[in-house]
Design a protein around this ligand. Structure first.
Ligand code: GDP
Length: 197
């Protein structure tokens, strides 16, 4: 898919005020600092569409972008930033739960994980939450250019094994790097194929 236009639509802390769910929507989420903004910018080919966070955990907003006037890309607030208070965490939980249950147009959620780090309970818990709600998701390995092919294969195997402890099937895993652009074509083709269904 060629990206012709990528425009910011709205930022929200109130999921009910997100744009009308009239176009297919794809959400991106992960632990703060996982490389979400960098990935969104890499995918859209816009250097500063999503703000790379100098202050992780500060922006607890749902950001909608419209791509090619045809589908929504949603930048969801990250989780797992240690310095966030319990109240903030609870607010995040309520906001995300409301978002996830009020977007009938949400086609797929991309759960980003740092390829260098072993499977983390917080990521697995988030995936379990998606599973409970019957929401499709895929996994995106970020920062993969930092790993050798052998190390990357090892992480992939480990992730798949961990997933099989609780899931019948392993979700699709995309190998990406915002530095090298790896995974861009694969993710955009994946979205395009879902848009055509
Ligand atoms: P966010 O908090 O998840 O939005 O993460 P950012 O996109 O702001 O990235 C967090 C840090 O990881 C920044 O220092 C980025 O430069 C770095 N980063 C993001 N993607 C990559 C990548 O693909 N490779 C490498 N080496 N660093 C990355």
């Amino acid at each position: 898919m060629k990206i012709n236009t990528a425009e910011f639509v709205i930022s929200n802390s109130d999921p009910t005020k997100c744009p009308p769910p009239k176009k297919p929507e794809y959400a991106f989420i992960g632990r703060s600092n996982v490389g979400k903004s960098s990935l969104i910018n890499m995918l859209t080919g816009r250097n500063s569409l999503a703000k790379t966070s100098g202050r992780p955990g500060k922006t607890q907003l749902i950001n909608h972008f419209i791509i090619n006037n045809n589908w929504f890309l949603v930048d969801l607030p990250g989780y797992g930033y240690a310095k966030v208070s319990k109240t903030e965490r609870e607010k995040w939980g309520t906001m995300i739960d409301t978002y996830l249950t009020t977007r009938p147009n949400l086609i797929c959620t991309f759960v980003l994980v740092d390829a260098r780090i072993d499977p983390q309970p917080i990521d697995l818990e988030f995936m379990a939450k998606l599973g409970e709600k019957g929401l499709p998701f895929v996994i995106v390995f970020t920062k993969t250019e930092k790993l050798s092919k052998t190390a990357l294969d090892k992480q992939l195997t480990q992730y798949r094994q961990t997933m099989l402890e609780t899931w019948e099937d392993v979700p699709q895993i995309f190998i990406t790097s915002a530095v090298s652009g790896a995974g861009r074509d694969e993710i955009l083709s994946f979205i395009q194929s879902l848009n055509q269904e």
